[in-house]
Design a protein around this ligand. Structure first.
Ligand code: GDP
Length: 212
């Protein structure tokens, strides 16, 4: 358990990058198809019940939500994707705001890609990997809802995804996760610590991160 992440607080929502907080310090963004378990993962890692809303609220789902950890570090909840029913204009707006954020955000250190272990990897996930590769961004894949599978089956998928994604740039790291069973928290925190340049205690700041 790493208490540094428990201090996450909602900062602001943005429908496009012009409404985002100043592009300084360090951000890690969480992405995932709708219903993959992204909100549950953020809530668990930050040890808060309702930080990222697990129920989808119409109108808010298309926004980029920013949470501050300290004055230099933020977690970002990117809008989910995957509703076949949403209008094309909504999809287009989603693509534009995502692409704008992913391409332009200089303080972005990496992407946590939340994937339902039973559906790994879908077109959206591959697109995210491609975008990240294009921008030379690190990716860490959380294969979540692992509790839905037997241990051996989950381990098999972990190996397959590692194999499939190896060699795409700085190969993504992949782990098993379950919000329900609280599995994988330490490994995910370790990844965040590295990207945020935090010491292993998770609480001391590395003077390396300053405003840009
Ligand atoms: P989001 O749309 O990606 O933010 O997904 P949510 O976090 O809202 O989760 C979607 C559904 O999956 C909810 O009913 C959650 O309770 C469920 N869920 C999320 N994580 C897990 C998990 O690790 N295990 C199981 N069994 N269900 C999960």
């Amino acid at each position: 358990m790493n208490p540094f992440y428990h201090r996450a607080r909602f900062l602001t929502s943005a429908s496009n990058i012009s409404q985002a907080p100043p592009d300084e310090g360090a951000e890690v963004a969480f992405a995932g198809r709708s219903n993959a378990g992204k909100s549950s993962a953020i809530n668990l890692l930050c040890q808060q019940k309702n930080l990222a809303r697990t129920s989808r609220t119409p109108g808010r789902t298309q926004l980029i939500n920013f949470f501050s950890l300290d004055d230099q570090r933020r977690i970002v909840d990117l809008p989910g994707y995957g509703y076949a029913k949403v209008a094309d204009t909504v999809k287009k707006r989603w693509q534009e705001s995502m692409a704008g954020y992913l391409e332009k955000r200089r303080c972005l250190r990496g992407i946590i890609l939340v994937v339902d272990i039973r559906h790994a990897l879908k077109e959206f996930d591959l697109q995210m990997l491609e975008w990240s590769l294009h921008r030379d961004l690190q990716v860490h894949i959380l294969l979540t809802k692992a509790d839905k599978l037997k241990k051996g089956a989950a381990a098999g998928i972990l190996l397959r995804i590692r194999r499939e994604t190896a060699g795409s740039g700085d190969s993504p790291t992949v782990q098993i996760f379950s919000a329900l069973k609280r599995q994988g928290i330490g490994e995910a925190h370790d990844c965040l610590d590295t990207w945020f340049e935090l010491k292993s205690s998770g609480q001391k700041k590395d003077p390396g991160i300053q405003g840009e």
